[in-house]
Ligand binder design. Structure first.
Ligand SMILES: Cc1ncc(C[n+]2csc(CCOP(=O)(O)OP(=O)(O)O)c2C)c(N)n1
Length: 207
């Protein structure tokens, strides 16, 4: 274990009552809550792969290549279509690369649901520990950015309950979950133009 992991009070200790869950199962539970027209933005890599595996809805957007853009893209969709619920799924490493988006989302206040899949590692590039493994609590960060209703989900039922409440709320909410290191299982098509066009048709801005 690296020095970084050893030397400071553990962020994981602050959420030690949270069960370690599985990304695909949680993603399936989330999709099962949807009415149909919600936009769902998957972050790079595993969140994307499991979103694909949970059902290829035309209202899903699969981010390729860039860490940390799921939440900013979700914000853009929410601003453009305020009547639509927008959900974004992001890894902890990716969120920590793009933290400024939390303050912006809190300031603008769209009714997004932001979900952080926190495995404490940059899994897809080899499992190096992220700052969230030892020091940085993404829920505490979100709350201090102004996303006051943010919380850790402690188990699958808590996740489903909190997600349903957040989808009915008129403010942005971040829910974080501790997850295991199972790799994402889906294989999204790696064609950015196709992903973009399908999504734009899915949210009604292309015929
Ligand atoms: C700006 C940028 N830096 C580095 C990479 C390489 N990279 C792709 S995914 C990834 C790790 C993502 O970690 P996390 O968001 O925690 O998701 P996980 O892989 O754990 O599911 C890295 C380092 C990248 N694609 N973009």
């Amino acid at each position: 274990m690296s020095k970084l992991v050893d030397t400071k009070p553990s962020a994981v200790a602050r959420v030690s009552n949270a069960k370690v869950m599985n990304r695909l199962e949680l993603t399936r539970r989330l999709i099962a809550l949807l009415k149909g027209d919600e936009a769902v933005i998957g972050g790079i890599g595993n969140t994307n792969f499991d979103l694909w595996a949970a059902g290829q809805r035309p209202q899903n957007f699969y981010m390729l290549g860039s860490m940390g853009l799921a939440f900013p893209i979700a914000l853009g969709v929410a601003i453009a279509q305020p009547q639509r619920r927008v959900i974004a799924l992001e890894g902890d490493g990716s969120l920590l690369m793009q933290l400024g988006c939390l303050s912006t989302i809190a300031s603008l206040g769209p009714s997004n649901l932001l979900i952080v899949m926190d495995n404490g590692i940059y899994q897809i590039t080899g499992g190096q520990p992220t700052p969230a493994a030892a020091r940085s609590d993404v829920v505490a960060i979100a709350q201090d950015c102004g996303l006051a209703a943010s919380a850790w989900a402690v188990d699958e039922e808590d996740f489903a309950r909190r997600s349903a409440a957040a989808l009915a709320a008129d403010q942005p909410t971040l829910i974080a979950v501790r997850i295991d290191d199972s790799p994402g299982v889906g294989k999204p098509v790696r064609d950015p133009a196709q992903i973009r066009e399908r999504f734009m048709r899915g949210i009604g801005v292309r015929a």
